[in-house]
Design a protein around this ligand. Structure first.
Ligand code: KG4
Ligand code: ZN
Length: 366
């Protein structure tokens, strides 16, 4: 069976054909995985401009899907279903993928499967590694999200922690902009941090100690752990860190009443120290949660999972704690449609398909 995945939630137009892999230890096989990135288009603005993004998706979606099909060496009629990102994301961008997928599913007479983008990031781990030892604690860390999930069994995702403000990738992008580095900021800081000293500056990271009282009833409780008293402590916060980097940069620039450019070595030290703070905060919460929930493994996915220090530190914490750590390939870490097709397989097996009045949802939650 072949599923076509379509992903347009932010600034990547992506299409992929994934086949089920019967009789091997992998669940699925990627037959093609095409991503058309809009990075160059948005770089000038230092961030994604939603209106430009949706217009570019309209231009790119047909050629990207056709290429996914031809690289998979398949014909339209070899497709069994279409999985599409329904949300969360930029509404204009999501609508392009959803409208296109509805039209294609109707014309081919095959099921349309709505997929949550974050479920896609979680399934990228299963797509690359086959089955994970469960229960697993999975950190989804990207430009739009920093969320912790408990995965007790395949296809079940329970939210156990999330950022109260900025996502980690967003903090990377904003700090890079502050330092005059290129967009997107994550890869740029990752690169510069290699030349810097990570204990040059001690940046503070907020530690949450209680539930967010303004959020109303909790969505984070997990059966059996309703009164663990740790809810909230599994949350993240990166906006204070970002402010502290800004203040530090300002203090370096204004010497003797004059505005001076940062030296290259100062930029590298800031990158390394900032990255250390982010990675420690992400891994502390993730491994604490894994211990609390008796996880058999830890997974890390999403764009920031491409970060070299996060990957290396996660693996060494795994060996220290005896927990196996799972990461997607770099290609499957950032937004792609193969993970959407994989999540679609899971949902199709559960009997989920969508009617043709399916709508995109910018704030869809798992
Ligand atoms: O998952 P993704 O492609 O899109 C969203 O769903 O947001 O993640 C994009 C984010 C951006 O914020 C980008 O700066 C960050 O992932 N990113 C990285 C690295 N590569 C991408 N952050 C840190 N280090 C990297 N190597
Ligand atoms: Zn994403």
């Amino acid at each position: 069976m072949n599923i076509l995945g379509i992903e347009t939630s932010c600034d990547e137009t992506a299409a992929s054909v994934v086949a089920d892999e019967i009789g091997t230890n992998k669940l699925w096989r990627i037959r093609s995985n095409i991503v058309s990135s809009q990075v160059k288009l948005h770089a000038e603005w230092g961030g994604v401009v939603p209106e430009l993004a949706s217009r570019q998706h309209v231009r790119d979606i047909c050629p990207v899907v056709k290429r996914a099909l031809s690289e998979a060496d398949l014909d339209w009629h070899d497709l069994s279903a279409i999985a599409v990102t329904q949300g969360p994301g930029l509404i204009g961008s999501l609508l392009v993928g959803v409208a296109f997928s509805k039209g294609l599913a109707a014309s081919l007479g095959i099921p349309l499967i709505p997929v949550n983008h974050l479920a896609g990031h979680i399934e990228s781990l299963f797509l690359h590694n086959g089955s994970l030892p469960l229960p697993s604690v999975v950190l989804v860390v990207s430009g739009g999200h920093t969320s912790l999930y408990l995965v007790p069994e395949p296809g079940i995702y329970r939210l156990i922690g999330r950022t109260r403000d900025d996502a980690a990738g967003e903090a990377y992008d904003k700090v890079a902009k502050l330092l005059g580095l290129s967009y997107p900021g994550g890869p740029a800081i990752d690169q510069r941090a290699r030349d810097g000293c990570d204990d040059a500056i001690l940046f503070p990271v907020a530690r949450m100690t209680h539930r967010d009282r303004n959020k109303g009833p909790s969505v984070l409780s997990v059966p059996g752990f309703e009164k663990d008293g740790c809810e909230g402590r599994r949350d993240f916060s990166f906006s204070g860190l970002k402010t502290s980097v800004r203040r530090y940069v300002e203090s370096c620039k204004y010497h003797d009443g004059e505005n001076q450019a940062l030296q290259d070595s100062e930029i590298s030290d800031i990158c390394a120290s900032f990255q250390k703070a982010v990675v420690e905060s992400l891994l502390n919460r993730t491994f604490e949660a894994a211990k609390l929930f008796g996880a058999q493994s830890v997974g890390i996915s999403g764009g920031v999972a491409a970060n070299s220090r996060l990957r290396a530190d996660a693996l060494s914490r795994g060996s220290e704690t005896g927990l196996s750590v799972y990461l997607p390939t770099l290609e499957l870490s950032t937004d792609n449609a193969a993970m959407i097709a994989a999540a679609g397989f899971r949902r199709l097996r559960e009997g989920v398909s969508a009617p043709l009045d399916l709508n995109a949802e910018a704030t869809l939650i798992i």
